[in-house]
Write a protein that binds this ligand. Structure first.
Ligand code: V0D
Length: 251
């Protein structure tokens, strides 16, 4: 039987236009790796490894949707409280990322940047990140910011101290201090604020991630664990964002 679809054109117009209101910058808290592994009777590190392949899938999905910037919370300043073996494993992932995925990222014109306190990281981790940054610095496609050893309160405190130092040095006067100027002292200097924050893994909190930068951001929380977060879930989050924006725009 031939289906008649006389209203298809209209229906398509009603479905939100996937090309409109694409968030320019998406920040993601990739939670649930350890639980993903636990549910399968696997050790926690197996979840982090699986999480790394989710990263690559989501970078490609974001690029395909014309998202300009992606900021991923890979390791927080609070994560040092975890067992040493788990920390060691996580901090070896950038090197693994380099060997397995970097050529792919370069082919996709991705530019890698890092935010966070790099000095406290093992040299091998730092070198891997620096290599990734250097080998992608001329790319002008999606910018992938790796937040590692990142904590927002520390970032704000350090920014404040640096700004005070400039005031004491008479490089800056108190009258010039405003939000925009202060933002220039943060790790995210020069980056647009995230339009959308996604947190996977069921928790509904910010966990010291980008407190200043998320002031006007739309939040999307999902119970899906990060290793299970695929292009489908990513598109759903994007759709939710687009619909919210449309509603606000209509007011
Ligand atoms: C662990 C799940 C990508 C969450 C994802 C701190 C936590 C996997 C990177 C990465 C980590 C990507 C590009 C790059 C350097 C690193 C990464 C860490 C952990 C180390 F140039 N995922 N990812 N780095 N996780």
């Amino acid at each position: 039987m031939v289906m008649k679809v006389p209203f298809l054109k209209n229906r398509n117009e009603k479905v939100h236009d996937r090309k409109q209101n694409i968030p320019e910058h998406i920040a993601i808290i990739m939670d649930g790796n350890g639980r993903w592994a636990g549910k399968r009777g696997m050790p926690r590190f197996a979840g982090h490894k699986e999480g790394l392949s989710s990263v690559v899938k989501i970078v490609k999905a974001a690029d395909k949707c014309k998202v300009k910037m992606l900021t991923l919370y890979t390791f927080s300043t609070e994560n040092w409280k975890r067992p040493k073996r788990e920390i060691d494993f996580i901090l070896k992932l950038p090197k693994e990322f380099l060997h397995v995925y970097l050529p792919d990222m370069i082919a996709n014109n991705v530019r890698i940047e890092a935010i966070g306190n790099m000095e406290e990281l093992p040299v091998s981790t730092r070198e891997a990140i620096q290599f990734a940054i250097n080998s992608t610095k001329d790319n002008d496609g999606l910018q992938l910011n790796i937040a590692l050893n990142y904590g927002s309160k520390q970032e704000i405190m350090n920014a404040m101290k640096d700004m005070f130092a400039d005031i004491l040095d008479s490089k800056l006067s108190l009258d010039e201090v405003d939000e925009q100027h202060f933002s220039g002292y943060l790790h995210t200097a020069g980056m647009p604020n995230p339009d959308l924050l996604i947190r996977t893994g069921g928790e509904k909190r910010l966990s010291n991630f980008l407190l200043w930068q998320l002031a006007y951001t739309e939040f999307c929380f999902t119970d899906v664990l990060w290793p299970d977060f695929s292009e489908k879930e990513f598109m759903e989050a994007l759709g939710e964002y687009q619909q919210r924006k449309r509603r606000y725009g209509g007011l």
